[in-house]
Every structure is written in C-alpha cells, then in structure tokens.
Design a protein around this ligand. Structure first.
Ligand SMILES: Cc1cc2nc3c(=O)[nH]c(=O)nc-3n(C[C@H](O)[C@H](O)[C@H](O)COP(=O)(O)OP(=O)(O)OC[C@H]3O[C@@H](n4cnc5c(N)ncnc54)[C@H](O)[C@@H]3O)c2cc1C
Length: 466
C-alpha cells in the first residue's frame, strides 16, 4: 500500500506488467481511485485496488489468476463498470481485471444462429454487428451503449425486452471460464441443446464474478424481427395501467416491451430532456410490438382498443422510426434525468409476481414519501420488476439514513408480496446484508459451499453477494 501512496511499482505491479505488458497496467493512486467505484452511488467507505490490468487474451487472464492464487490476492473483474449494486467495486484491494480490451467478435455464424465474443464487447456493438446479417440478440440492459457482454453475463442482465425474449441467461450456450487457480474450462459444447451432465454454464451466469472469470461466450442469436411499432399509453390510475397489461396478455398479445413510467419520472424526463410527454398523468406504459410488418397492424389496433377500454386518457403513437426513437430516448433518459435532481441517485430493483405490481408501486411511493425521498419509479411491469430511482444528497446524513431505512423497508415489502431483492441488477455489496432474509437458509448454505468449491481462497470478487 505504501508503494501505491508513493506511486511506486510494487512486486504485484511488476508481475502484472510482465504478464500483460507495461502499457496494459495502471498503478498510480489517482488511476486506482477512478476504479474504486462503478455506477453505484455507494454509501460505503471506498477501497482501492493495488493495480488495474487490461489483459488481451485468455492466457494472460489465466496467468494473472495463477499469480493471484499462489499469493492469495483478491481479484475484482470489471467490464463496462455500469453495475448499480457495487458489484465491481474492489472490497479487498488487490487486482482489478478490466476486460475492456478483450473486445473481439470472433465469429457470427448465421447457419448455426450463434456468435462467439470476448467479454469486453459492448452490447450495442454486438447488436449492430449481428443485425447486419438480419440476426438479433435481444438482451438490452437499458444502458446498452456502455455495458459489456462479460458484465451482463455475470449479472444476468435483463432490460426492457425480457418480457418477450428472456434475460441474458436464455442466450448463453457456452462459456470459456478461467477458474480461481488459473485453470481454463469450457462449460458446455457449442450446440444449442446440451444436457450432457450438469448445466455448468448457468452456474456462472449471475454469479457476479465470484466463481470464475468469463473470457469468451458463445451466444445464441435469433432471426431479427422485420418491424417494430412503439406507443406510449397514459393512464390516470395504476390499477388501469396494471389491468391493461393483464388484458393484453389475455388477448394473446406478447409485447416485446411493456415498461411502466410513473408521473414523477415523466415530469423529470420532460424537465430535462423535453420531447412532449404528458406530465399530468399518473403513469404511462411504453409498449413495443415486433414481428412481420403485415402482422403488426392487427395487434397494434387491438392494443389501442384495450388501452382505451382501460380508460387510457391519451395514446401517443410513433408512425416513423424517428418518432419511435424519440419515445425510446425519453425512456432511456429516466436515470440520467433523475440524476439531475440531486447529487446522487440510488436505483433499486425489486421484483414481485406480476399480480402484485400495484401494491408494490403504491408501497414504494408510501415508503419514499414517509422518508421524504424524491423518487421516480419506472420498470419492467411485464416482469413484475420495478426500479425506484431515488435522488438524494448522500453527504446529508439525514437523507442518507432515511434512504438506508427506506431501502430495508422496500426489501421487506417485496418479500412480503412474494417477491425478492433483485430482478436484474444483482446483489453486489449493496444488498448482501439482506440476502439471508431473501434466500432460504439451506439454499444459502449450498450457495456458500459452491463458492468455497470454486474459489477456496476467496479471492474472486470477495465481499459480494454474501
Ligand atoms: C443507467 C443504467 C441503466 C441500467 N439499466 C439496466 C436494465 O434495464 N437492466 C439490467 O439488467 N441492468 C441495468 N443496469 C445495470 C448494469 O448496467 C447491467 O447489469 C450491465 O449489464 C452490467 O454490465 P457491465 O459490463 O457494465 O458490468 P460491470 O459493471 O463491469 O460488472 C458487473 C459484474 O460482473 C462482473 N464481471 C465483469 N466482467 C466479468 C467477466 N469477464 N467475468 C466474470 N465476471 C465479470 C463484475 O465483477 C461485476 O460483479 C443499468 C445500469 C445503469 C447505470
């Protein structure tokens, strides 16, 4: 640590330079401070790592792990660094492995409907690349311009398209993984179906970098839907909003996106990124449908009819790609707009069975009002997954304590409704204090045994999940 303070090269820094090259290592204090955080406005004391290394290939990752294993040094993997639960904040110093330079798409195979990618590929880049061949990779953490494949697999990211297409876990066929002692494994074959033994691939998905490091992924693709239609339907009550979702499903419609945006979110977006949203309504549903162009009109008309039957007071439809994009820009601005309300934004990610959405949203509003927290609520209503974005100043002790109290009550509320702590953001260091209330004790004990088996020295992303 003294070496870090004096910006000197420690033995660890020199070892990393030997493995990855001097130009791929950071060790100066000011550089390490930048890596002491992710997109979480953490309330915790910041730790800094001793070194950040940017490997170029799997062999280098393996060499780094062999060194870390031998010396029992903590390793924190990082891809885009957009985690909102403190998942890639170093908790025990040591090494940060930044995967952003392992960013190659080595294969897109249209016949087999797969592609092979390194962990540092940005999700939007992958989507654009496969779309050139009329293929589609649906998972879309709403910040797809920044988040990368490695992190999104390690968090099992979801996003707006999960309701129809599933989450990241539904698109991973095989993983190349470097284990804590540097051993390189493949979790499966490259076949789209494989039940030869345990489903090892799924152990690593959502494991937040605590079981192994993903160095390559074989990803399932699907044919690209020919067309999309997007609309925003406004409602005066949450009950009507929620009933609309159920009625769409009862009428055999599966929207590719069905997201809820509450009044505060609409007002906040419109204040900072005005696109003409109606700010006097209780909530809006962003609805997208996709498929063959010829099949969309009928669904579209049916959706409008269902929204009107449920008292939708206004339906804003997009008739061009530009208008669709405008609606999407508003939706994707929700976090950024909330961030303009106060120095910090804390995002939560509770999930409940879909029929408990109304009590969840009302409960969140009640809790946040009780603690005087400015809260913008939005989320993936079709999945029962709601994100309260809470704007506050963490330097203000009262606000910070109010937030901590509200967060625990929010978790209690989700559990009481048959839900849980996280639908897609993960646990990281921010929610670990609550996991024993959310996971049954025998299952939690088994999870800890698995961690011990994969990582006996507890060097892989220590201090996360448990
Ligand atoms: C504005 C905003 C909106 C968001 N919206 C959504 C959303 O709609 N849906 C959603 O699901 N999430 C969302 N997120 C959360 C987050 O962005 C995603 O989970 C994202 O996919 C994480 O990717 P990343 O590359 O940034 O991962 P990182 O933050 O770098 O890492 C995430 C986790 O993966 C581990 N990790 C990283 N790379 C590897 C690797 N190669 N091997 C093993 N472990 C690794 C890290 O240690 C960490 O535990 C949002 C975040 C922001 C800031």
């Amino acid at each position: 640590m003294l070496d870090t303070l004096l910006n000197l090269k420690s033995a660890l820094v020199k070892a990393m330079e030997k493995i990855a090259g001097e130009e791929n290592v950071l060790y100066k204090k000011e550089e390490l401070i930048v890596y002491s955080t992710d997109s979480t406005n953490s309330t915790e004391q910041k730790e800094i790592a001793e070194v950040v290394v940017f490997p170029q290939n799997t062999m280098q990752v393996s060499e780094i792990m062999k060194y870390a294993y031998k010396k029992t040094i903590a390793v924190t993997p990082r891809s885009g660094g957009t985690s909102v639960c403190g998942a890639c904040i170093p908790k025990k110093g040591g090494i940060i492995i930044d995967f952003s330079k392992m960013d190659k798409i080595s294969e897109i195979n249209k016949n087999n409907l797969i592609c092979k990618v390194q962990p540092g590929v940005v999700i939007e880049d992958l989507k654009k690349e496969v779309e050139k061949q009329d293929l589609y990779y649906p998972p879309d953490p709403s910040n797809l311009k920044a988040s990368m494949i490695g992190g999104s697999i390690a968090l099992n990211s979801g996003g707006p398209h999960t309701f129809k297409y599933g989450a990241t876990k539904d698109y991973i066929i095989d993983l190349e993984v470097v284990l804590s002692d540097g051993t390189i494994i493949h979790t499966s074959s490259q076949c789209s179906k494989d039940v030869t033994g345990y489903n090892m691939t799924q152990f690593f998905i959502g494991s937040e970098g605590t079981l192994g490091l993903i160095t390559e992924a074989v990803i399932k693709l699907i044919p690209k839907p020919e067309a999309t239609r997007v609309m925003l339907a406004y409602f005066d009550t949450l009950e009507d909003t929620s009933k609309t979702v159920n009625d769409l499903i009862s009428n055999l419609i599966t929207p590719s996106v069905i997201d809820l945006i509450d009044k505060n979110t609409i007002k906040t977006i419109e204040s900072f990124y005005p696109t003409g949203l109606l700010t006097d309504k209780t909530a809006a549903l962003l609805i997208e449908i996709d498929g063959f162009k010829s099949a969309l009109d009928e669904q579209y008309n049916k959706i409008i009819e269902i929204c009107k039957n449920n008292n939708s007071s206004y339906i804003q439809t997009a008739s061009t790609k530009e208008e669709e994009e405008k609606i999407w820009i508003s939706r994707r601005s929700s976090f950024g707009a909330t961030a303009k309300l106060a120095p910090n934004v804390m995002t939560e990610d509770v999930v409940v069975p879909r029929d408990k959405i109304v009590p969840l949203v009302k409960g969140i509003q009640y809790i946040c009002d009780k603690y005087s927290l400015k809260t913008c609520i939005m989320g993936h209503i079709g999945d029962g997954n709601i994100h309260p974005n809470i704007a506050l100043d963490l330097r203000n002790e009262k606000e910070r304590l109010n937030f901590e109290q509200a967060k625990s009550e929010l978790f209690e509320l989700a559990l009481s409704l048959g839900g849980t702590l996280s639908g897609e953001h993960g646990i990281g260091s921010e929610k670990s204090y609550f996991i024993n209330k959310a996971v049954n004790p025998d299952c939690l004990a088994l999870m800890k045994k698995l961690k011990q088996l994969f990582d006996p020295k507890n060097i892989l992303n220590p201090g996360k999940i448990f």
